[in-house]
Design a protein around this ligand. Structure first.
Ligand SMILES: Cc1cc2nc3c(=O)[nH]c(=O)nc-3n(C[C@H](O)[C@H](O)[C@H](O)COP(=O)(O)OP(=O)(O)OC[C@H]3O[C@@H](n4cnc5c(N)ncnc54)[C@H](O)[C@@H]3O)c2cc1C
Length: 318
């Protein structure tokens, strides 16, 4: 069987969780995966990828600045050089930037944000949400190279003792767009797309001054990011980086806690594939309860401190 190419992102040499999930998902189909890492720190990230399913790792030596179009050209070239019939990446911001370019260069089509991946005949089959998550579409491709991105947190990571051959290749240096500087704005906090637990707040929190209650709950969990509805982002209560939904980020954490969020269709589009959903709302008829696994009807300003205390209590007993 032909191999497939998987684009693996990393931050300063640590592979992104979403990329490892993508790699594991590809490996679970029985295919041999060629992982490609690029940019400063790629060497370090490359060493770990055999454990997550890569049979071979190609390390693109730094071309001096990140360029999505140059990396896309390198990836398309590597697909050809390896005779691969699949290209996969995580549906992260970078993956969403790079993967469509790769698919276009390969004259293929891209299935974005997939939540299931399986072998089908000699190729693949994916499932991805449609209509803001109201339907799930099962898709196959007739293109010679199957291209897809996988939704973060939708696939488990499988780690083994295996190792991979690591080779170096020169990266293209003629990108049209080049990122010359990146300034971190989140203050080191977990991103909603990556975090296994997301605690999101809506207009029911009444004002920006009450969001510390949500942050305290996130700290109590220890592995949680804070999210927000668009209403509170538009009001300037929270940064856009935290917005979950159709015009924000799509998340699929193990646990999503929606606090004072009504559950508009545009919000559900970004979180309805979360594994467990907990809703806190004072209105028992709020639409969010229709997708929630657990619901608490009451005033968020009273419930949040009690919930934070309870989480701390459980954690302290472990
Ligand atoms: C094109 C388009 C794109 C959009 N994209 C997004 C998107 O990406 N993400 C998004 O979130 N929205 C998006 N929206 C907006 C969306 O339609 C809703 O307006 C928005 O999600 C509502 O935010 P909310 O739930 O915080 O506020 P509201 O709808 O005002 O709901 C507040 C909720 O808080 C509850 N509440 C009030 N007080 C308390 C209390 N003390 N304790 C507990 N609960 C309380 C209320 O019962 C209510 O259910 C989009 C809209 C459009 C048209």
């Amino acid at each position: 069987m032909k191999p497939v190419v998987v684009f693996v992102e990393h931050h300063a040499g640590t592979a992104l969780r979403a990329s490892l999930e993508c790699l594991s998902a590809v490996r679970s189909t029985g295919r041999s995966a060629v992982a490609v890492v690029a940019g400063p720190g790629a060497d370090q990230a490359a060493l770990t990828l055999g454990r997550f399913g890569a049979a071979k790792v190609v390390c693109l030596t730094d071309a001096g600045g990140w360029s999505p179009d140059a990396v896309a050209r390198d990836l398309a070239r590597l697909v050809g050089e390896h005779g691969a019939d699949g290209f996969f990446a995580a549906a992260s911001s970078t993956g969403k930037d790079v993967a469509p370019r790769v698919a276009a260069l390969l004259d293929s089509t891209l299935f974005g944000d997939c939540v299931q991946l399986a072998a089908y005949d000699a190729s693949f089959q994916v499932v991805r949400p449609w209509l803001a998550g109201k339907a799930l579409a099962t898709l196959r491709s007739k293109a010679p190279v199957f291209c897809a991105t996988t939704r973060p947190n939708a696939f488990p990571i499988a780690e083994t003792e295996a190792s991979a051959e690591v080779v170096r290749a020169a990266a293209s240096s003629d990108g049209k767009a080049v990122v010359v500087a990146v300034e971190a704005r989140s203050g080191g906090k977990l991103d909603v797309k990556e975090a296994p637990v997301v605690v999101s707040g809506g207009r029911g929190l009444k004002g920006p001054e009450n969001f510390h209650l949500l942050e305290e709950l996130a700290v109590a969990f220890g592995n949680a990011a804070t999210g927000a509805s668009r209403a509170v982002v538009d009001s300037g209560w929270r940064p856009h980086a935290e917005q979950v939904g159709q015009t924000g980020k799509t998340v699929a954490p193990q646990l999503y806690v929606a606090v004072g969020i009504s559950g508009a269709i545009q919000h559900l589009a970004g979180m309805r594939t979360s594994k467990v959903i907990v809703a806190i709302n004072k209105d028992a008829d709020a639409p969010i309860f229709k997708v929630a696994d657990y619901g608490i009807v009451g005033d968020a300003l009273e419930i949040l401190p009690a919930l934070t205390r309870a989480v701390k209590d459980v954690k302290s007993r472990k």
